[in-house]
Design a protein around this ligand. Structure first.
Ligand code: ME8
Length: 508
């Protein structure tokens, strides 16, 4: 039985167009999904849109449209972006999908039956942009929400509460485990939200309509978090007639479940979501990867602040792979990162053009020049030191990817490529040719060819569009490559080099 991997992104608000921040999380999920595919896992990758709530209702009204009409365009745009970015999701969930709405009602009723939901009244300051009630420490000196910069509204209304407070010690145990990564986020959560004491969560509203009306009291609509978080299981068929995906990708304790979320919503995924799952007697995800923000002029790139980069513009000008590379390599998840066009171009030139592109081009030129594109020698006639280094890289790369450390994994590949470029300088194949040392020349070039195949394969989850060109050029078109057969090359035999195309041309 193949191992199973389920990966999710947050479902994004269609209150505006998606920007680089959304492309960031979704690309990371896609890279990990593709990596697991390469390892032979059976995978499922979920993304989607979070369509209820006051913010969407207001936006639609401003546009003079019914919410569903307003949403059509936006969702088209979401899917268009994922298509352009080569995002290979298995399912796109919309919280307005009928099956999702019906299941959320069932979840609500189940929680009522378990006496984990009760009716009360709420008074507090609500940030519409973040769709959450704010604690005093989430408000700045001017009375604005620290994240969105918007003025919160005073709201006083009847609401149903979820008894979060009852799960204090449960959540302490969850956060003391290795569920939330990186480590330091656990301490943050415990210190800021759990230690002060968990407060019950308001899960319904009555002052607007754009949510899921509950069966028990239809003037109340479930909004944002209970609705949104449930998507991770409703999409798989939880409490529905066909729940085979749910059984396979969630209920099975063997499935590796990874959820990704930006740091501003870790609290919902690391506290409320585990509690909802526990309340429903369901297993926990294996890991929640909480990542930092892409900043723009040292504040969060965000729709409400209007300081966003449009990923479509970057893809149209430079191609999807270059953006996928920048995101995966230059923006490690442990900290906040920056994106400017200058940084983007510098990174592209240093790593893709000057390091990898250059290695491929000079190696292939020499194989063409000295051997007419095909080296006739024993596949084992290679430089052992270099091959050991390459095999080490394969191991290290997998170990880092298994810990979801994508940037560090890519670093190992870039280092191997740099070592190959250095190997060319040291062995000077042009001198070996001049001196008539044909056997040595063949060994050097065969070693490089093998390393390039390894480099290409390891970058396959990131450089999705260029991969086939990289492989074709090095003479491995239609040859099955896997992690196992890369270690020995027993089953990999190079053909004559394929058509040459310039890969990763330097950007001005
Ligand atoms: O929060 N840097 O939706 P949302 C990095 N619907 N990542 C960023 C980012 C930035 N500057 N800006 C956005 C919601 N993101 C809810 C989620 S899930 C059950 C409900 C990414 O449209 C990051 O993943 O505001 C962040 O958590 C998410 O987009 C927020 O998207």
């Amino acid at each position: 039985m193949p191992k199973k991997f389920y990966v999710t992104t947050p479902i994004y608000y269609p209150s505006g167009n998606l920007h680089l921040g959304h492309a960031y999380t979704t690309t990371l999920a896609d890279v990990l999904k593709r990596y697991k595919d390469m390892q032979g896992f059976e995978t499922f990758f979920l993304t989607g849109s979070d369509e209820h709530g006051q913010k969407i209702e207001t936006k639609a009204k401003e546009a003079g449209l019914e919410p569903m009409i307003y949403l059509e365009d936006k969702i088209e745009n979401f899917k268009n972006l994922w298509n352009k970015l080569n995002i290979d999701y298995s399912k796109f969930i919309r919280t307005t999908d009928e099956y999702h709405e019906q299941t959320v009602k069932k979840i609500f009723s189940l929680l009522v039956k378990k006496e984990l939901i009760y009716k009360g009244a709420y008074e507090g300051l609500y940030c519409i942009s973040c769709e959450e009630f704010l604690n005093p420490d989430q408000i700045d000196d001017n009375g604005n929400c620290k994240i969105s910069n918007n003025k919160p509204e005073l709201i006083k209304e009847d609401t149903y509460f979820l008894k979060i407070s009852q799960f204090q010690s449960f959540i302490e145990t969850v956060l003391e485990s290795n569920f939330l990564i990186p480590d330091y986020r656990r301490t943050e959560m415990l210190k800021n939200f759990v230690e002060p004491g968990l407060k019950d969560l308001s899960v319904t509203r009555i002052s607007f309509k754009w949510g899921i009306p509950i069966n028990e009291d239809p003037k109340h609509v479930v909004y944002v978090w209970l609705d949104a978080l449930s998507n991770y299981i409703t999409a798989l068929g939880y409490l529905q007639e066909d729940d085979s995906l749910f059984k396979k990708f969630w209920a099975d304790p063997e499935t590796e479940i990874l959820q990704l979320a930006g740091k501003e919503i870790i609290r919902f995924h690391a506290i409320y979501w585990p509690i909802i799952l526990e309340a429903l007697n369901l297993r926990q995800p294996s890991h929640l990867l909480g990542h930092g923000w892409i900043l723009s002029n040292s504040t969060k790139m965000s729709k409400s602040l209007g300081n966003v980069i449009d990923p479509i513009a970057v893809i149209d000008e430079f191609g999807a792979d270059s953006l996928r590379f920048y995101i995966s390599y230059e923006l490690p998840t442990e900290k906040d990162g920056n994106f400017t066009m200058d940084l983007f171009k510098e990174s592209f030139n240093a790593h893709l053009a000057n390091n990898i592109g250059n290695l491929i081009s000079r190696t292939n030129n020499m194989i063409t020049k000295y051997f007419n594109g095909y080296i006739e020698s024993d596949i084992n006639d290679v430089d052992k030191t270099m091959i050991d280094l390459a095999n080490n890289t394969i191991e290290q790369y997998q170990s880092l990817m298994d810990q979801y450390k994508i940037s560090a994994a890519i670093r190992t590949v870039l280092d191997l490529s740099a070592a190959c470029n250095k190997y060319i300088e040291e062995t000077t194949p042009w001198n070996l040719d001049k001196e008539g040392k044909n056997k040595e020349l063949a060994t050097v070039l065969m070693t490089l060819q093998r390393c390039i195949a390894i480099i290409s394969f390891l970058l396959k989850p990131i450089l999705v569009s260029n991969y086939s060109d990289m492989i074709e050029q090095c003479g491995l078109e239609n040859i099955e490559i896997s992690f196992e057969n890369l270690q020995t090359f027993k089953n990999i035999k190079f053909n004559r080099l394929g058509n040459k195309k310039i890969l990763f041309q330097r950007l001005k």
